[in-house]
Design a protein around this ligand. Structure first.
Ligand SMILES: [Zn+2]
Length: 364
């Protein structure tokens, strides 16, 4: 072979080698891909798209659910021992659990889960080399633990209880509340805010909501309290707006009941149940402080955000706060409260505070 022919031959050999390598790489990637088959009623079916004659890596033997006492475990059994540890993520609404594997894994060819808790599971390619197993749930759950053995991954979770939140839109009907800078009335702002807050909490999937009023009707404080008690609620948020002779005063304030000594109309009920009063009051103040922590990032908060005051609406047998959403006598606060964008931010602050509060209560 002439020197020139030899060079061409070497070049051709390199090209063929490169193409072969590329094909091999693409097959390796293909072995990670699973596509979703729709149509199964009890769960989702999945088919793998990799060629059958490839040597499979980390083959999964079985994916199933197991109940142990009050807990539920999502289990992934591998045929061989595995050398990697998956990362576990849970979506904030608790409706999806995600496991990301640092290595390629091969799932059973077609699999469905018929379970009251699970909608189904599917695999998704995540980055270049890893795969994500997504478990879609019918209920919101809380993650409890993970257990790894040499060839099994067990993810423990429990169904999270939906909390019931009472939202009380202050005033209404013949009681307009304070007059706003632009001539509007407090009762209209609290009603709009209550309806939007209900939507925000329901969307999260974590809460059930009861409103003391959802229209421009008048309700006495006793009527409101009767509604709240009969709905077996977990927490009360009473919505109001502030007003001040000083038009420069603005910001959000959160009120809870004072200590027993400061109650002006001290009823026998509270003295006889002082422990219960303080137990509930501690929770109300805890929630108020958490909420105050979220608000500064989103809205203006008053210099002394958490205050104590004896308000009849707060005298319920559950954690309760009264939220003054801003000073409607102030031009800026008034226009903020009439802006959907601001109300959405305030609602999100309340949602985050509720999530935080109940998470801490559950982990006590
Ligand atoms: Zn008011």
């Amino acid at each position: 072979m002439k020197y020139k022919d030899k060079k061409v031959f070497m070049l051709l050999r390199s090209i063929i080698l490169f193409i072969t390598l590329c094909l091999a790489c693409s097959y390796t990637h293909l072995s990670c891909q699973f596509s979703e088959n729709t149509g199964a009623s009890s769960g989702l079916n999945y088919k793998k798209t990799s060629p059958n004659n490839l040597k499979l890596k980390n083959p999964i033997k079985k994916i199933y659910l197991k109940r142990e006492n009050n807990k539920c475990f999502f289990c992934v059994d591998f045929i061989d021992d595995i050398s990697f540890t998956p990362r576990i993520h849970m979506l904030s609404n608790g409706a999806k659990i995600l496991l990301s594997f640092s290595e390629a894994v091969i799932a059973p060819q077609t699999k469905s889960i018929n379970h009251s808790l699970i909608k189904g599971y599917f695999f998704e390619k995540f980055g270049d080399a890893s795969l994500m197993l997504v478990l879609a749930l019918k209920e919101n759950v809380v993650f409890t633990e993970k257990v790894y053995t040499q060839n099994t991954i067990k993810i423990g979770f429990m169904i999270s209880k939906k909390r019931v939140i009472a939202i009380d839109a202050g005033h209404g009907g013949k009681d307009p509340g304070t007059r706003c800078f632009n001539g509007d009335f407090e009762k209209n702002i609290t009603l709009v805010m209550a309806i939007e807050l209900r939507e925000c909490l329901l969307k999260s999937g974590k809460y059930r909501v009861m409103l003391t009023r959802d229209n421009d009707s008048f309700l006495s404080i006793d009527e409101r309290k009767t509604k709240i008690d009969s709905a077996k609620t977990d927490l009360l948020i009473s919505l109001h707006t502030d007003s001040n002779n000083d038009k420069n005063i603005r910001g959000i304030s959160i009120y809870t009941l004072p200590n027993l000594d400061y109650l002006t109309k001290l009823s026998k009920k509270y003295i006889d149940n002082a422990d219960n009063y303080y137990r509930i009051l501690a929770k109300s103040r805890k929630f108020a402080n958490i909420l105050a922590g979220y608000i500064p990032n989103m809205c203006k908060i008053s210099n002394r955000p958490c205050r104590n005051i004896e308000l009849k609406i707060l005298k319920v047998d559950l954690p309760a706060i009264l939220l003054e959403l801003g000073c409607v006598s102030n031009k800026i606060d008034n226009s903020l409260l009439h802006s959907k964008d601001f109300r959405d931010k305030a609602n999100r602050a309340i949602l985050y505070a509720l999530n935080d509060f109940f998470e801490k209560e559950e982990n006590k």
